[in-house]
Design a protein around this ligand. Structure first.
Ligand code: NAD
Length: 503
């Protein structure tokens, strides 16, 4: 049997197999690990069309969506990691305070061991490759559990084998949520979960029993805030892409569009025009804007939310011909929204663009923050001071100013949410460190010296220590000189006291 087939054989011992690979990976320097990422980048670049075929087969997304969000995204993150991981994972000297004179302090970024990566179905290639690459470069082996809806069966193992990675560095475990839960019971050293808030909560509870650290990248209901001074055409084009890329099945999709009253009608007309000229199919040549939905259960959620909105008085301005069943849901611009509609309360995860009107800055901040989610947002205004002010007031993990879904496009920016959108950050320097045991190290070269804080504790030591502390923290040059003198006194007393003992 080939190593590749071995790597995906059964799930029961997947964590054990990945753990067995941890020692060989851990021994490598970061530069040596980076070579596997470089191999992967070349392989993905060369085999891109075949990979896009596989992504389209499992997801039904448009070919350009697969190219731009998945293939380009993976290549960009690999290139960033190759260039930056050695710098961010290098041991680092940090400041040592004067009270610890003669010592040096360090941070070492060490692997955690084996990381369980559990992924959703909306970006099956990107959500596999990017966390796997971060894990490998930080020296961790991986158990990867893809979504049962989009397994890309055999592809990840195949790419890893071609990149010369030993089969127990990345072990793929196929199956549903039950398989994911069983893998957690095998006590991996960390769980990186991307998926729904409902499942995230279950994973957090299960992991708590074993004290396994967890990163949760969950759902969103991301607002786009459009002030009256914007270029309306550009903002409408941004809204269309941000709401409809991957047929709206992105965690950071634009799901609520707040438009300032004075430009509301003009923006609505521009957005409708933009949406009406879009081409929709599961194409084979890149000539379609949006593709299909990936699963029937998500189609049902969209149908329920749209029906609820319609029943409560919303006006559907585009895509009115949808039968409520087809996976090719036409993009829908929705007007006349009301607060109690499901379209505003729950994550939609489909090609729906609800439009809402606001008057003032304060009002829109309140409306945008009025959500159980807090993943990302976008703020559009020519007045950058205002855009920054509003961005600061938003309770989200990221904000794009005058752009949309742009923070996740930069591999240097950490990614993650607030509130029910998740815990922790991945990508960027913070994301690299999130996959590390950050070991704090203090080196004392003077092994002969007795420390002032060691025993014996005596009345006299108490007095001198207090004098030294008051001088150190009272500020000013004179006190600093006095601190030096009392420090010497304390040192010499400690030496004597330790020889003499308590009596
Ligand atoms: P999901 O929660 O249903 O499933 C995600 C993964 O978890 C799948 O692999 C599934 O098999 C597994 N799983 C299910 N139950 C489990 C359990 N009890 N224990 C362990 N694993 C279990 O999510 P989904 O429907 O696949 O994905 C859509 C959701 O993902 C949306 O809410 C979307 O917003 C979110 N998402 C978030 C991000 C982000 O980075 N924040 C990115 C993409 C998608």
């Amino acid at each position: 049997m080939s190593d590749t087939a071995m790597a995906s054989l059964g799930n029961a011992d997947a964590v054990d197999r990945a753990r067995a690979g941890a020692r060989s990976l851990r021994r490598l320097t970061v530069a040596e690990r980076v070579k596997y990422l470089t191999n992967l980048r070349a392989i993905v670049l060369r085999r891109r069309e075949e990979i896009i075929d596989r992504i389209q087969k499992d997801t039904g997304k448009s070919r350009s969506d697969a190219l731009i969000s998945e293939i380009f995204g993976v290549l960009d993150n690999l290139a960033w990691l190759e260039k930056n991981a050695p710098r961010y994972l290098k041991e680092r000297k940090v400041h040592t305070p004067i009270a610890l004179m003669g010592k040096t302090s360090w941070l070492w970024f060490e692997p955690l061991g084996t990381i369980l990566i559990i992924s959703p179905w909306n970006y099956p290639f990107y959500q596999a490759m990017v966390p796997i690459a971060v894990a490998l470069v930080t020296g961790n082996t991986v158990v990867y559990k893809p979504s049962e809806w989009t397994p890309l069966e055999g592809l990840i193992e195949d790419l890893m084998a071609e990149a010369q990675a030993p089969p127990n560095w990345v072990v793929v475990a196929y199956g549903d949520g039950k398989v994911g839960a069983d893998l957690i019971d095998r006590k991996p050293d960390k769980i990186m979960f991307t998926g729904s808030t409902r499942t995230g909560r279950k994973i957090l509870q299960q992991a708590a029993q074993y004290m396994i650290p967890v990163d949760l990248e969950l759902g969103g209901k991301d607002p786009m805030i459009v002030f009256e001074d914007v270029d309306i055409q550009r903002a409408a084009a941004g809204a269309a892409w941000g709401g409809l890329t991957t047929t709206g099945q992105s965690c950071t999709s634009v799901e609520r569009i707040y438009v300032q009253e004075s430009i509301y009608d003009a923006f609505k007309a521009a957005l409708v025009k933009e949406v009406e000229r879009m081409k929709q199919s599961v194409d084979s040549d890149g000539d379609a804007d949006i593709g299909a939905m990936t699963t029937d259960f998500q189609v049902k959620i969209v149908a329920k939310q749209v029906e609820d909105a319609r029943a409560k008085g919303a006006q559907i301005l585009t895509g009115t011909g949808w039968d409520g069943v087809s996976r090719l849901i036409p993009p829908m611009v929705v007007d006349q929204m009301r607060d109690d509609m499901l379209l505003l309360k729950e994550e939609t995860f489909g090609p729906v663009l609800p439009l809402l009107k606001f008057r003032t800055e304060d009002e829109v901040i309140r409306l945008a923050n009025d959500s159980e989610y807090g993943l990302t947002a976008s703020v559009w205004s020519k007045d950058l001071d205002r855009a920054r002010r509003v961005s600061r007031a938003l309770v989200t993990g990221g904000v794009s100013i005058n752009n949309v879904m742009a923070t996740e496009a930069n591999p240097a920016l950490p990614f993650g949410g607030t509130k029910n959108s998740g815990l922790g950050r991945y990508k960027g320097e913070h994301g690299l460190h999130a996959f590390c045991n950050i070991k704090s190290v203090l080196v004392d070269k003077d092994s002969a010296k007795i420390e002032a804080n060691w025993y014996p504790y005596t009345k006299e030591k108490y007095r001198i220590f207090t004098e030294m502390m008051v001088n150190l923290f009272s500020g000013g040059v004179v006190n600093f000189v006095k601190f030096g003198l009392s420090g010497m006194k304390l040192e010499s007393y400690s030496k004597k006291a330790s020889k003499k003992g308590r009596g």
